[in-house]
Design a protein around this ligand. Structure first.
Ligand code: UDX
Length: 437
């Protein structure tokens, strides 16, 4: 099929590349000329395992193209994907300006009948708005149907998630449009779930809100475990053996970050308030997460009284491993609050350092290795569970630090292991190991 994808951000590029890989002819359109040029040269604008290789392969095969020109992209497109950003406004609502602009661009350039598919996460009712904008601005007498097809990709595994996802949700009010999008997605071999447009839009928000709830729930349990002498890892394992609960997304830590959970949970609270519904459960989930992101700081203050003059190494800065994405990362909150407390911050991340520099306080010192960061520090905060960081041994900490005090925000180590070394090791929802003396 001839496909146009508007927006080559995270969702758009992964979608475009993967659709071309299953044999479709895809043109990705973006207003950023230099970005388009770089993609043509085989350089992916985002770090995502496997993406660049697939991009180059399909570009060379002639199935994938990049352009800044809408006319070129929509000329004979049978399906047009909208994959532009829906940033969060001050009040937590989603900003739909880019979506609306794309709807106009599509309407003014379409040459033949087409299905317009919204991939971006949009509030319930947005696809109807997209359809009415398209109908208002349509330049040619062609038939346009709108389909909601939310994405469930995780950063760091977006390509493999696209090929191995749990479901593809297709929300349509036209059976014919739904059938076209179903056909287009068939080569992925993933279960397809068809529903109406509004339900599909809601599935995306409800899924992310539910996963965020799971995380905040286990984090609250972890806080209780600490007070009551239980071990949250064992509790999560025992809970997860119940199929109804499931063992995923029960990893206690310093909260969720990233481009989706914080934004989508806030947006859903706002969406609910517009229909006069107080989503109290989700508000608590958000509040728990905000506090959880500060947990290592709270623990360190309890331990030391004051952090004034202390140097704290933040190991891992990205919101999770295998990405350079710093959006809503706990490291940002921690670094700013540490500086306010009078502490010095040394940061290290295997790949997110450039992005971190834009968001962490100006005083932050960056090192070229975790070892270097730890050697400069009085206290270590493990913020992101990169393999590289998990591979640091307790022996290393003992060698690199005069007084090895480690606050692990991601439970990277076995407690039993910690007891064998002369370290002080504080983790999440588990007892602290105090073996210094
Ligand atoms: C998420 C959803 O998983 C995906 O379906 C959606 O399309 C976009 O949002 P992503 O933000 O890439 O994907 O990352 P994910 O792996 O889900 O992790 C999100 C955050 O939750 C991370 O900060 C992670 O550290 C945290 N997390 C995740 C936990 O703290 N505990 C867990 O058990 C799982």
């Amino acid at each position: 099929m001839q496909i146009a994808v508007v927006g080559t951000g995270y969702v758009g590029l992964v979608t475009g590349v993967c659709l071309s890989d299953i044999g479709h002819n895809v043109t990705c359109v973006d207003i950023d000329e230099s970005k388009v040029e770089r993609m043509k040269q085989g350089i992916s604008p985002i770090f995502e395992p496997g993406l660049e290789e697939l991009m180059v392969k399909n570009y060379k095969a002639g199935r994938l193209n990049f352009t800044t020109k809408h006319a070129e992209a929509f000329n004979n497109a049978q399906v047009a994907y909208i994959a532009v950003g829906t940033p969060q406004r001050e009040d937590g609502t989603a900003d739909l300006r880019f979506i609306e602009q794309v709807a106009k661009d599509i309407a003014q350039n379409l040459q033949n009948d087409a299905v317009v598919v919204t991939k971006s996460t949009v509030p319930v009712g947005t696809n109807e708005r997209v359809k009415s904008i398209i109908l208002e601005y349509l330049a040619k007498d062609v038939n346009v149907e709108v389909v909601s097809n939310p994405e469930f990709l995780r950063e760091g595994s977006a390509v493999s998630d696209t090929f191995n996802g749990d479901r593809i949700v297709i929300g349509a009010d036209s059976e014919q449009a739904a059938a076209i999008i179903e056909e287009l997605n068939k080569p992925f071999g993933i279960p397809i779930y068809k529903t109406d447009i509004r339900s599909a839009e809601m599935i995306k928000y409800a899924s992310n809100a539910f996963l965020a709830t799971k995380i905040s729930f286990i984090n609250e349990i972890s806080n209780l475990c600490e007070k009551l002498g239980a071990n949250v890892s064992d509790v999560a394992k025992g809970m997860g053996m119940d199929d109804r609960i499931g063992n995923k997304f029960l990893q206690a830590g310093i909260g969720y970050g990233g481009s989706c959970f914080p934004k989508d949970t806030n947006a859903l609270v706002q969406i609910a308030s517009f229909v006069e519904h107080e989503f109290n459960l989700l508000k608590s989930v958000i509040q728990v997460n905000n506090e959880q992101q500060r947990l290592l700081l709270k623990k360190a203050k309890e331990r030391f009284g004051s952090l004034e003059g202390k140097t704290v190494a933040l190991l891992g800065l990205a919101f999770k491993p295998n990405t350079d994405d710093m959006r809503e990362a706990a490291s940002i909150t921690l670094a700013h609050e540490l500086v306010q407390e009078g502490a010095k911050v040394v940061g290290y991340d295997p790949i997110a350092m450039d992005n971190a520099k834009k968001l962490l306080p100006g005083e932050t010192i960056y090192t070229n290795s975790a070892e270097e960061a730890v050697k400069m520090a009085d206290v270590v905060f493990i913020v992101t569970e990169w393999d590289e960081i998990k591979s640091i041994k307790f022996d290393d900490y003992v060698n690199w630090l005069e007084v090895p005090v480690i606050f692990d925000g991601r439970n990277c180590y076995d407690l039993e292991e910690a007891t064998k070394y002369k370290v002080e090791y504080h983790s999440i929802g588990r007892k602290s190991i105090k073996n210094l003396s």
